[in-house]
Design a protein around this ligand. Structure first.
Ligand SMILES: *[C@@H]1O[C@H](CO)[C@@H](O)[C@H](O)[C@H]1NC(C)=O
Ligand SMILES: *[C@@H]1O[C@H](CO)[C@@H](O)[C@H](O)[C@H]1NC(C)=O
Ligand SMILES: *[C@@H]1O[C@H](CO)[C@@H](O)[C@H](O)[C@H]1NC(C)=O
Ligand SMILES: *[C@@H]1O[C@H](CO)[C@@H](O)[C@H](O)[C@H]1NC(C)=O
Ligand SMILES: *[C@@H]1O[C@H](CO)[C@@H](O)[C@H](O)[C@H]1NC(C)=O
Ligand SMILES: *[C@@H]1O[C@H](CO)[C@@H](O)[C@H](O)[C@H]1NC(C)=O
Ligand SMILES: *[C@@H]1O[C@H](CO)[C@@H](O)[C@H](O)[C@H]1NC(C)=O
Ligand SMILES: [Cu+2]
Length: 250
């Protein structure tokens, strides 16, 4: 037996320890006690390819988050299958999707190897299309223009992200990014909290101080509509009191 043969098991052991230390990732825990009805929605920017929104609501029993995904107006189907995921940082005011960092991955999991959807706890929590499926079922127009006219809709329970700001897998202040197959970031949008009746963190139902909805730096259509209706409420309340004053004068 030569020296190399004797050292071989030791070398393997050292390599294994190094691999363990550099991978340094732990399984994602199932999120519990997500606040009742807490809702966060991200709307894609109107001036980029792919439109639509993704909404996450705490599961009724507090375990995990129910997602409702509606994306449409995809570019050429040949750019697919499309992927989408939650990225670590919000989109800045410039709308630049490359500024959102990597995937939401609070437990050290890297992008490679690819997510195994049969073991979602081993995936990056933000890797929604890895866990729940690529966007590959778009119906192409029958004409030869190869434009995807399909809509992608999906609903699923994800057990590894959270609507609780104290949870490491909280996604409410982060962003969604839609990618083409080669990784290009086609569009992105910030998650913002929706005011949901009965939400323990949203609504502010006791009426002490109603905060006006904040407009996200990106072209957030939902937030804009929310702000609009807020103003029209103020206008109509003002109008109503004028009317009441007027009628009391008559
Ligand atoms: C809550 O419901 C989900 C299914 O919707 C289930 O997977 C989970 O185990 C339930 N959690 C508890 C604590 O009952
Ligand atoms: C919001 O996201 C940032 C990263 O952009 C993170 O550092 C921060 O802890 C998050 N806030 C909450 C309340 O989770
Ligand atoms: C590795 O894990 C330890 C303990 O979980 C943590 O403190 C450290 O920040 C992690 N390092 C990296 C690079 O993720
Ligand atoms: C990647 O795909 C985008 C469209 O999604 C395309 O514009 C770009 O040229 C592609 N890049 C490469 C290197 O193929
Ligand atoms: C999703 O698409 C990518 C290519 O963009 C592919 O590598 C991967 O295997 C696909 N995953 C599934 C589950 O189909
Ligand atoms: C209103 O709700 C806030 C938390 O959102 C709470 O701190 C406060 O005590 C409540 N006020 C009343 C009068 O219930
Ligand atoms: C109520 O809202 C105003 C601004 O609209 C803010 O300055 C004030 O701090 C808020 N008060 C509470 C208790 O949140
Ligand atoms: Cu991504």
């Amino acid at each position: 037996m030569n020296l190399l043969n004797m050292l071989f098991p030791l070398i393997i052991l050292v390599l294994a320890v190094i691999a363990q230390e550099t991978s340094n990732s732990t399984n994602a825990p199932v999120t519990q006690d997500n606040p009742s009805r807490a809702t966060f929605q991200a709307v894609l920017q109107v001036d980029k390819p792919v439109q639509g929104q993704i909404t996450g609501v705490s599961n009724d029993n507090g375990t995990g988050v129910n997602f409702n995904v509606n994306f449409f107006a995809f570019p050429d189907v040949m750019q697919g299958p499309f992927k989408y995921d939650i990225h670590e940082y919000p989109v800045p005011a410039s709308g630049d999707c490359t500024a959102t960092g990597g995937h939401l991955s609070p437990f050290g999991r890297q992008d490679d190897p690819a997510c195994d959807p049969t073991a979602p706890w081993t995936c990056q929590p933000g890797d929604l299309s890895g866990k729940h499926g690529n966007i590959s079922q778009l119906t192409s127009s029958t004409s030869a223009d190869s434009q995807a006219v399909g809509t992608f809709q999906a609903m699923y329970l994800d057990l590894y992200v959270s609507t609780d700001p104290s949870n490491a897998a909280f996604f409410g202040n982060r962003s969604v990014v839609v990618h083409s197959a080669n990784g290009t970031r086609l569009n992105c949008g910030n998650f913002v909290q929706m005011m949901t009746p009965g939400s323990t963190t949203g609504g502010n139902l006791n009426g002490t101080n109603t905060t006006a909805p904040t407009i996200s730096p990106t072209n957030n259509v939902a937030a804009a509509i929310g702000a609009m209706s807020w103003e029209s409420v103020v206008v109509s309340v003002a109008g109503l009191s004028l009317l009441t004053m007027a009628s009391s004068l008559i």
